[in-house]
Design a protein around this ligand. Structure first.
Ligand code: ADE
Ligand code: ZN
Length: 330
């Protein structure tokens, strides 16, 4: 069976990381910015490893200079997600790239994204919520401005705050100010941990930042006691298997990926694409990979989507509406 039209919920998608290379090349040409170094001859993004991926990612972001660029990007990304059956999506977006962390500038970018989300909902039947992210390798001081932007603009569209970027920079406890600021504003919280860091990074993140969800979290598998704790607490992991396989964050390819073992041990796992064009993936490909590696089918995928919707950073009415779409699964 093809999983393309199967209704899906995606919780972990970086908006800029979802930009098709042709979209970035088009903007670069319009703005006369030379970005040739970040593309391979076949037009895909060129990077060697995770650190280099972050550099290429940030270079691509240099062409996204106006709210209108983000409106067009949001619409393009949502059209592509909807084409792969995604009915509800949450995307990370960073005020560092949208007005340099200035709250007033950020408001215009956010309004442009919200406008695109409304258009995509009408045209493609996909609902979007936004999660502001601080970028960890910019350091703890720079993590504050995005959190303030998020706190000032929390609403029906902007519902969460989190942190992405190079996980080995600083310890989770260095970022408590930003997370506390977002928490006090009533935002939902998530944080990348255990993609590159070990189980201790996941444990320290839960202890010091207390997010509701963990981005990736797969290295928790190396500490059985932590796996038990995650299962007991019902902590939801935003797992991105295709990303982990391509970046070599987890050993053993698809068949060695920890998602199946985490799930068997009772951890609440979900599936997302992270930065799909960078990793040559889509939600359809993620499902195909899981089917091939672990024999997962309709029952497992329905359960994944129910978990994701349950953990989604949206209001109860939206959950009810999206739940009805999921139940309509053929
Ligand atoms: N930003 C975009 N993709 C990321 C990833 N996989 N890990 C950390 N930060 C990111
Ligand atoms: Zn991510």
């Amino acid at each position: 069976m093809s999983w393309q039209s199967f209704p899906k919920v995606e919780l972990h998608l970086h908006l800029e990381g979802a930009a098709p290379p042709a979209f970035i090349r088009g903007l670069a040409a319009e703005k006369k910015i030379d970005l040739r170094g970040i593309f391979r001859e076949d037009g895909s993004y060129a990077y060697e490893n995770f650190e280099h991926f972050l550099t290429v990612y940030e270079a691509a972001c240099t062409v996204l200079t106006t709210p209108e660029d983000y409106r067009r990007l949001t619409l393009a990304v949502l059209e592509e997600s909807a084409a792969h059956g995604v009915v509800y999506s949450e995307t990370f977006v960073s005020p560092d790239f949208c007005g340099g962390g200035d709250v007033e500038a950020w408001r215009d970018y956010l309004a442009a994204m919200e406008e695109a989300a409304a258009e995509a909902e009408r045209k493609f039947g996909i609902t979007l919520k936004a999660i502001v992210t601080s970028i960890r390798h910019f350091g703890p001081d720079k993590a504050r401005a995005p959190a303030i932007c998020a706190a000032e603009t929390k609403g029906a569209f902007l519902t969460g705050y989190g942190m992405a970027g190079a996980e080995m920079v600083g310890r989770p406890g260095d970022y408590t100010w930003a997370f506390d600021c977002a928490r006090e504003a009533g935002l939902h919280l998530t944080c990348h941990a255990g993609e590159w860091g070990g189980p201790d990074m996941v444990a320290d993140t839960l202890r010091d930042l207390a997010p509701e969800r963990i981005g990736h979290g797969v290295n928790a598998i190396h500490d059985p006691a932590l796996v038990d704790r995650l299962a007991e607490a019902g902590t939801v992991l935003e797992v991105c298997p295709g990303s982990n396989v391509v970046l070599n964050a987890t050993p053993g390819g698809w068949s060695g990926h920890p998602i199946a073992r985490l799930r068997e041990r009772g951890v609440r796992v979900t599936v997302s694409t992270d930065d799909p064009p960078f990793f040559h993936t889509t939600m359809t490909r993620e499902y195909e990979g899981l089917e091939k590696a672990f024999g997962w089918g309709e029952e497992e995928f329905r359960a994944l989507n129910r978990t994701a919707l349950d953990a989604a950073f949206c209001d109860a009415d939206t959950k009810t509406r999206i739940g009805t779409l999921l139940e309509g699964t053929p």
